[in-house]
Design a protein around this ligand. Sequence first.
Ligand code: HPA
Length: 271
Amino acid sequence: MLEQINFTTKSILEKTNNFKPEVGIILGTGLGGLVKEISAEFVIPYEEVPNFPVSTVEGHSGKLIFGELGGKKVMAMQGRFHFYEGYTMHQITFPVRVMKALGIHTICVSNASGGVNPSFEIGEIMIINDHINLFPTNPLIGKNIKELGPRFVDMMEPYDHKLIANALEIAKANNIKVSQGIYAGLTGPCFETPAEYKYVFNIGADAVGMSTVPEVIVAKHGGMRVFGVSIVTDLGVPGKIIEVTHEEVQQIAAAAEPKMSFIVKEVIRTM
Ligand code: HPA
């Protein structure tokens, strides 16, 4: 794995004239709009990144964008890899390894989710303050490579408290309604049954989705700080459960996206 990481990192550095990003951004479903805010210096489609899988889901277009956002040098992934696409945990999280190797110290992750907290509304922006790994596996399973991080990773503060506080302040100062909550990550690709939404709520989650947890685990393994935000695109709350389609998820996410982008950009400024 180290060889692959180094090879990909070297290839990216060559293609970007040695651009050294400080902050990594992973954009989820319908949330690619933040890319427009980046003054992009280099764009590399995933097909041209050695060892990167090629994204297979509609609405995830698949490119790396290098440029400036919120006064910082950033690398953004437009389109992420999901476990339900059939990739391994190592493939899904490989870009995070490369981010670390490029010198990135903090990553921002975004996703769309189903809200199970009864106080949530559709379009709710939830700052992620913790997560529950409901994937049947963990990206750190296997021989630990000590150059990448420790065997046993502390997960006391998966989402950086200071960055959460900054986000809440920014939201308040700009009259943007946000909430905080726990994100449960599971495989998909089915949306949840009513009983599964109830289960997820009962174990302490506020929202549920099909991504993010693997990338965050690997970021913590690499000693990176994490900021996460989720857009609640549908409700898994008894009495409010309606049929969900990927198109609706994309539409609702796109509608909330400008506010989320603003928060992410301003949080990056505080880093
Ligand atoms: N469940 C899982 N993932 C999701 C959902 C959901 O209800 N909405 C958007 N992503």
